[in-house]
Design a protein around this ligand. Structure first.
Ligand code: ADP
Length: 374
């Protein structure tokens, strides 16, 4: 068992740098939680308070129901993997992994068992006698993870563990962490600024900004129902398009009217607006790039736009287009959906017509920036 509970946790550095405030979160045993947000939003500070590497200025951190605010890091039964994995250069991989066990005077046969088991899981058995300098970046990162694994801790903390790796290796290690998670039965708290890592790894994601939690939810929840414009634009790549427009309520049906088009709101989104008794009003409309489709001139749902840039990504095109009064939006079109002629015609300067389905829209209040349906 290893649940972690943070209640009204606050961190003030020095006299008045408020790094984290009002942080409340219940992490279940064996849950994989990801803290995500832009640089400086307080992710690492929160993780370091859980680890005991930073004093807690206010509130409580509990591990398995025990308040650990005043416990030393070594007494919290946690393991931590950092961004710069700082292996001891003069020790072999085996001894790097065994280091904490040696300090704890764990018997030799137990050290051997734990290190070789961890090495097996991580696929680094053949490197156990090497020194870190004879390893690639990805292999070193595995050793750093192994060093934390052998401690058999209740909670596994990871602070940007993949950010020093190149893009290809990062993708590979991300997949390995997903597999690893199934093998090590423990609670994970993982910090990253990368929304893709957050979405692919987390059972739940905690999205932070300026020291405050914006939203906590499963990847699907935060993607489908972002609570505010910040979350809407942070989660998903390329980011959600947002533009001011009018929401119309006519004869019990809702429509949005972006750039001269008139598109009916459908499905749960229409139901949600009716339940909240939203009337005709100005809104900020959000539509993800992948939710646009090509349309035709003359269709009342069509938005006319002009191609600025066509980025060919292989399986899809990212069209940066101009709409209305020089507003820029991004439209993502799967290449398989296009005829050869269409592909050839989607060049800079061309006018195209796009639309989107009524069930994929998001509605925000401009002033409060909050989602009208949350
Ligand atoms: P993140 O991990 O999301 O990038 P951090 O938790 O590192 O953010 O930092 C949160 C805020 O606290 C930032 O404004 C940062 O400048 C500040 N901060 C972090 N560490 C210290 C420190 N040791 N002293 C003073 N301010 C700090």
């Amino acid at each position: 068992m290893a649940s972690v509970k943070l209640t009204n946790v606050k961190k003030i550095y020095g006299k008045n740098t408020l790094a984290v405030d009002n942080f409340n979160l219940d992490i279940a045993d064996k849950e994989f939680i990801v803290f995500v947000g832009p640089s400086g939003c307080g992710k690492s500070t929160t993780l370091r308070m859980i680890a005991g590497l930073e004093d807690i200025s206010g509130g409580t951190v509990e591990i398995d129901g025990v308040v650990v605010n005043d416990l030393q890091p070594r007494d919290r039964d946690i393991a931590m993997v950092f961004q710069n994995y700082a292996l001891y250069p003069h020790l072999s991989v085996f001894e790097n992994m065994a280091f904490s066990l040696r300090l704890k005077k764990v018997p030799q046969d137990e050290v051997y068992k734990r290190v070789t088991e961890a090495a097996e899981i991580l696929g680094i058995t053949e490197y156990l006698t090497r020194k870190p300098r004879a390893l690639s970046g990805g292999q070193r990162q595995r050793v750093a993870i192994g060093r934390a694994m052998v401690r058999d801790s209740k909670v596994f903390l990871m602070d940007e563990p993949l950010s020093n790796l190149d893009a290809k290796l990062r993708n590979q290690m991300r997949a390995e962490i997903i597999l690893l998670r199934k093998k090590i039965d423990t609670t994970f708290i993982y910090v990253t600024h990368d929304q893709t890592e957050a979405m692919t790894l987390g059972d739940r994601i905690v999205i932070m900004k300026d020291g405050l939690i914006q939203q906590v939810g499963t990847p699907t929840e935060v993607f489908d129902m972002p609570c505010n414009l910040f979350v809407a634009e942070f989660i998903g790549a390329p980011k959600m398009n947002t533009f001011k427009t009018e929401l119309l309520l006519e004869n019990g049906k809702y429509y949005v009217t972006p750039f001269g088009a008139k598109i009916e709101v459908t499905g749960d989104k229409a139901k949600g607006l009716a339940e909240k008794r939203v009337g005709t009003r100005e809104i900020v409309l959000g539509v993800r790039p992948e939710h646009f489709v090509l349309s035709k001139q003359g269709d009342p749902c069509a938005i006319s736009c002009q191609i600025l840039v066509n980025e060919m990504m292989g399986s899809e095109l990212h069209l940066h287009v101009l709409v209305g009064d020089n507003e820029k939006i991004i439209v993502r079109i799967p290449t398989v959906s296009l005829t050869d002629e269409q592909r050839r015609s989607l060049v800079q300067g061309t006018t195209i017509y796009v639309t989107f389905e009524g069930k994929v829209m998001h509605f925000f209040d401009e002033e409060s920036q909050t989602n009208l349906l949350v």
